[in-house]
Design a protein around this ligand. Sequence first.
Ligand code: PRX
Length: 656
Amino acid sequence: MSNNIDSVLNETRVFHPSDAFMRQANVSGMAGYRALRQEAERDYEGFWARLARENIVWHKLFHTALDESKAPFFQWFADGELNVSWNCLDKHLATQPEKTALIFEADDGKITRITYRELHARVCQFANALKSRNIKKGDRVVIYMPMSIEVVVAMQACARIGAIHSVVFGGFSSKSLNERIEDAQACAVITADAQMRGGKVMPLKSAVDEALAMGRCDAVHSVIVYRRAGSEVQWNSRLDVWWHDAIAGQALTCEPEWVSAEHPLFILYTSGSTGKPKGVQHSSGGYLLGAIVTMQWVFDYKPDDIFWCTADVGWVTGHSYVTYGPLAVGGTEVIFEGIPTYPDAGRFWKMIQQHKATIFYTAPTAIRSLIKLGGELPKQYDLSSLRLLGTVGEPINPEAWMWYYTMVGQSRCPIVDTWWQTETGCHMISPLPGAMPTKPGSCTLPLPGIMAAIVDEAGNEVPGNQGGFLVIQRPFPSQIRTIWGDPERFRNGYFPKEMRGAYLAGDSSHRDADGYFWIMGRIDDVLKVSGHRLGTMEIESALVSNPLVAEAAVVGRPHEIKGEAIVAFVVLKGTRPQDTAAIKKTVEDLRNWVSKELGPIAKPDDIRFGDNLPKTRSGQIMRRLLRAIATGEEITQDISTLENPAILEQLKQAIK
Ligand code: PRX
């Protein structure tokens, strides 16, 4: 076990839920939590079967909860039939048709509210538009859209007809989009002319055009374009249709396609240890169950809540806690098109005040940047509607946690630090806010029915407070089913033999004396940059595809706001630029290149040049050494095996 997964934090503050919160909570007190855990331990399948019966309306009830016969390709509720969109919309029509489902706030502050009745009608109408374009159950549909009511409609409409959506974050480049369309063999793309962020118009349709022009997207027969910004677009009349034309004349009802619980609901691409992103495939029944129970347990959802998750639908958080979870429980939620700093760093707080949000869920990186830009700003707003706060996506440092707790939550609101992943579909380790005492920086304890453990390389549980690999020892309903088109990568990556059937999460963690989990970071070559998951190999391949570059190695460096910053070490094909101006120009060219290849989120913060990369005699890049150089640490490791020690001086030179 390498040193960097030894525990370093020593946080001793503990915050107990108030009596008032505990009394009203869906899971009340540690006794409530333990009762659920024990139920799951006594009868694991029976526990999940009970929850699945109680929380999902089945078209045909399942008989078997868990089928392990094809492990690790586990199946849940497979002989049951349902429709996810029906469970999010139709289910509520009889009881609360006029309840607001979505409160959409645009970048410019314009607010649009839509009821369950209206949302249902719009989803049906768009589903009919998809059907009329011959899009059917099992077809893949790529969605590349801004945060909007329409993106929720598009995802729900796919679910309604059994088409498998694959949302691509609007910040990804046309090249990334091309790869995802190709890998999924998508037959349609749903996009917008442009998106509005921070007062700027950022084109989307042109990226789709470029992606399709790159080739290998022959399966695409339709591009549906929502007019958001009114900007000029190129038009290909063979493929393109405006959203408003596609829905014109379509009926406002649409019989859902009843699918097996194992029917794929969506694919979502995420980064791993290789250059190629993996298409994480989720199921319908198990995934929906995870989204619903975590809305109840973790977010303590109540019918009069105003729920706001700030994540973009391009990430899993936006799937589970924007498009599916909040609607499946019949909630009212805020969705936001813009950015937290526009027109100023008070935007989130102003929106909480205006919409009277009760539950607020965001990323540590957003919290850190808002502390920096206006640590006192929350005081200027009425945040008294809030009752619960959450974080996701990366470890939260205790300082940011304390600020969030005191300044935003006014020392009144519990914080749920939710650990989970694209692959797990929903929260796995998190406080239940009316039960667990919280500690800043810890995601506390596994949810009921989630058998999380920390093990060594041989799969043996490590003793208390020792670092190790985070695993989940029993299959759970919302977990990844496979990697689209690559079952072997799924098996080898998540269920390696040494883990003896447990799911290997890819994170390291330790547990304290109370059994609380403290996540320490990734064990693979995955970075978390502003909460975005990026593979170092992906960035390296992007760099190497530049004609100037011979070789590249990318590492992460701790960053005050972003969590991690990207540092690239590059060997050029020609000679190394010598003077500052030449270095600066090459750095800028390469940063822009990566932005074009992968998207602006993957731009390296720092690029250093050397005549070589530090390698062992057997040719391995010495990444630990590069990490030390990137952080400016003193080099303590053995460099006697290094082939060319002189290059260390070159690589240390950062250009500001
Ligand atoms: O390293 C963990 C970190 O984010 C990874 C998953 O990233 P992604 O698939 O993009 O999903 C993010 C949204 C669920 C994990 O392997 N991570 C996520 N939540 C936390 C976290 N690290 C520490 N604390 C968390 N609460």
